[in-house]
Structure formats: structure tokens, C-alpha cells
Design a protein around this ligand. Structure first.
Ligand SMILES: NC(=O)N[C@@H](CC(=O)O)C(=O)O
Ligand SMILES: [Zn+2]
Ligand SMILES: [Zn+2]
Length: 349
């Protein structure tokens, strides 16, 4: 599709974000309005310090999120629990009874930001996972092995063989979301696997490849986990997202870190996209000539997987060029959005 064939605007059912980091305290207050302006609901990641491991902690975090929303916002946070080696099966029953917890998150210990309390060996969690399977509570997976002898760029593909296949063989009815997939291996696995499985795809993994981390110098704001991969993988993700296959849905993985924690000798992983997520996805789908597939990916496939109704109402994205801010407030400091200071060709009305 050339620029001349692009519509002036696109209107779709109000979308949701099925993977976002809202942080806490003053940081939460700085970022939650961005997500609430773009999305009706979001699956909120539990990797706080300390992590959200109980229903009681999730209830308190949900209250803090609601209190931090702009007045009149109807945004609904969909809460998750952080799985540890010791999460008791009873905690799963409490979570399901709560009605506001929609999933449990698996962080392999050491895989990513605030994953120290994560799972060291999934076999320790089987009694708990069996209750999740019985109660149909999805397991959300950061799918990377952590072994130092496995190349950083291979950790997702190796995870499929070493963890994902055995897990889903042992618990075939457990709903699983392969979060923020970054490789053709993961896209192919999700498309072909049997049983209840879905995958989220970020806007930045649809738009960028690993060259972008090193374009003319090292660019920490393009560093996230799982790290951007080769172009062939980006193309496979675009094909998956625009295929119409209902297993693939939107999850920004917007993951803000203060500017000082990114621009430093050992910078944190995470891209901040909450401000302009739908604009970025629209750009990715427009470049693929697949704007007609955006609504399924952003607004229909996620609710269907989670057994929730799709949203009422619509949003409109107009073809209009504006410039992203260089920084945004982030508690006591600032956060640099992805593509800071650069033009972007769509604007949410
Ligand atoms: N994606 C990231 O690079 N970072 C996330 C953690 C995660 O989702 O793995 C964060 O919380 O900062
Ligand atoms: Zn992750
Ligand atoms: Zn994440």
C-alpha cells in the first residue's frame, strides 16, 4: 500500500492492552493516564518490588491504580499474580474467587526486570498449575531461558523446546499466553500448537529489528527483553499479527524506567510506548497494507482469549503527523518515550 492509498482515518472497536507495566507510587501516577487514554482495559504486570504474589496484594495494587486514574476515566485494570516456587494452590482459588485477577505470570528467575523472586524450576509449581488448569486461569509466560551459555538472541527459541513444550504436554488444557514474542520460532509454535494458547506482540517488535539498537551508536531506549531480533523475525511477527489468526493479540509491554536507569553503564530493559501505542501499531499495520486486520488484533482476539466481552465504543486514528516529546514526567524524574523527539504519522482522536 503506498502512502496515497492510505485512508485518512481508521475507526475500530476500543482496544485493550494485554501486557503493560504500570509501576507503582509516583511512577504509577505519571504513566497510568497514558494507558487509560489509549485502552479500555489492560492486563497489569505484577513485577513490582516486592512482587504482587497474593490476591490481597493485587487488591491493594488495583486500588492504587484506580486512585491514580484521571477523574472520569472508566479504565479497568485486569490484575495478575506473580508466580513463585512457593505460590500455594489455595492462592489460585482466592485469585479466581476475587473476580479481578485474570492470570498468573511466570518469570523465570533472573530473566528480566524484577524477576529475582521468579520461578527457579517449573516442576516446583505443578500442584499450583494444576489448579490453574482446573479453574481455567491463564498462565502468562516470559519465554526466555536464563542459562548463561545460551546466546541472548537464542533464549526464546530454546525456551520453546526446554520449557514450553514439556509444560504444555503435562498440562494440555492450561491456557497459556506466550508474552511479547520476538522470533519466527515463537510465532510458528503459537500458530501450530494444539490446545489453548495465545501470544502478545509489542509495537516495537513489529517496527524495529536489532540494528535499531545500534543505529549510529548505542541506543538504550530500543533495549528491551526479549531483545529485538533479526529482520527475518520482525517480518514473521508482522505476518502473525496481520494474519487475522485469533491467537495473536496486542500487548504493548510498555515498561517505563527513569532516564537515569536507561542512559547509564548498565541500563535497564524496557521501552516506553504507553503514550503512543495505538499510533505505533497503526503505523506497523499500515506499512504491511493490513489496516483491515488491526481491529481483530487490537480489540477482538484478546477479549475472546480471556473470555471477556469486547468493549463498547470505538476509537479513531487519523493520518496526522505530530512530534513525540523528548521526555515525559516520571515521578521524581523523566521517562524517554520510544522515538522521542521524532515525528509519528498517526494520531488518536
Ligand atoms: N520488557 C522489558 O524489557 N522489561 C519489563 C519486564 C518484562 O516484560 O520482561 C520491565 O518490567 O521493565
Ligand atoms: Zn517479560
Ligand atoms: Zn513486560
Amino acid at each position: 500500500m503506498s502512502e496515497f492509498d492510505l485512508p485518512e482515518s481508521i475507526t475500530i472497536t476500543r482496544p485493550d492492552d494485554w501486557h503493560v507495566h504500570l509501576r507503582d507510587g509516583a511512577h504509577l501516577g505519571s504513566v497510568v493516564a497514558h494507558t487509560a487514554a489509549q485502552f479500555a482495559r489492560a492486563i497489569v504486570m505484577p513485577n513490582l518490588k516486592p512482587p504482587v504474589t497474593t490476591t490481597a496484594a493485587a487488591a491493594a495494587y488495583r486500588d492504587r491504580i484506580k486512585a491514580a486514574l484521571p477523574q472520569g476515566s472508566d479504565f479497568e485494570p485486569l490484575m495478575t499474580l506473580y508466580l513463585t516456587d512457593n505460590t500455594p494452590p489455595d492462592e489460585i482459588r482466592r485469585a479466581v474467587d476475587s473476580g479481578f485477577i485474570h492470570a498468573v505470570k511466570l518469570y523465570p528467575a533472573g530473566a528480566t526486570t524484577n524477576s529475582d523472586a521468579g520461578v527457579t524450576d517449573l516442576r516446583k509449581c505443578y500442584a499450583t498449575l494444576e489448579v490453574m488448569q482446573d479453574l481455567d486461569l491463564p498462565l502468562l509466560v516470559h519465554g526466555e531461558v536464563t542459562d548463561n551459555d545460551i546466546d541472548l538472541f537464542d533464549r526464546e527459541a530454546v525456551f520453546i523446546e526446554r520449557v514450553m513444550r514439556p509444560l504444555r504436554r503435562d498440562l494440555p488444557a492450561l491456557p497459556v499466553v506466550f508474552e511479547h514474542i520476538t522470533t519466527k520460532d515463537a510465532a510458528q509454535y503459537v500458530a501450530e500448537a494444539e490446545g489453548p494458547i495465545g501470544a502478545t506482540i509489542t509495537a516495537h517488535h513489529l517496527l524495529y529489528n536489532r540494528n535499531d539498537i545500534f543505529r549510529g551508536g548505542i541506543r538504550p531506549h530500543y533495549y528491551c527483553l526479549p531483545v529485538l531480533k533479526r529482520e527475518e523475525h520482525r517480518l514473521a511477527l508482522v505476518t502473525a499479527a496481520t494474519s487475522g489468526d485469533e491467537r495473536f493479540f496486542l500487548g504493548t509491554d510498555s515498561a517505563p524506567h527513569g532516564i537515569g536507569a536507561k542512559e547509564t553503564s548498565c541500563g535497564c530493559a524496557g521501552c516506553y510506548t504507553a503514550l503512543h501505542a495505538m499510533e505505533l501499531y497503526t503505523e506497523a499495520f499500515a506499512r504491511a497494507g493490513a489496516l483491515d486486520k488491526l481491529e481483530a488484533f487490537a480489540s477482538l482476539n484478546g477479549p475472546a482469549f480471556y473470555g471477556l466481552p469486547k468493549n463498547d465504543g470505538t476509537v479513531t486514528l487519523r493520518r496526522e503527523t505530530w512530534t513525540l516529546p523528548a521526555t515525559l514526567p516520571f515521578g521524581e524524574t523523566q521517562v524517554v518515550p520510544l522515538n522521542a523527539g521524532e515525528p509519528i504519522g498517526w494520531k488518536m482522536a
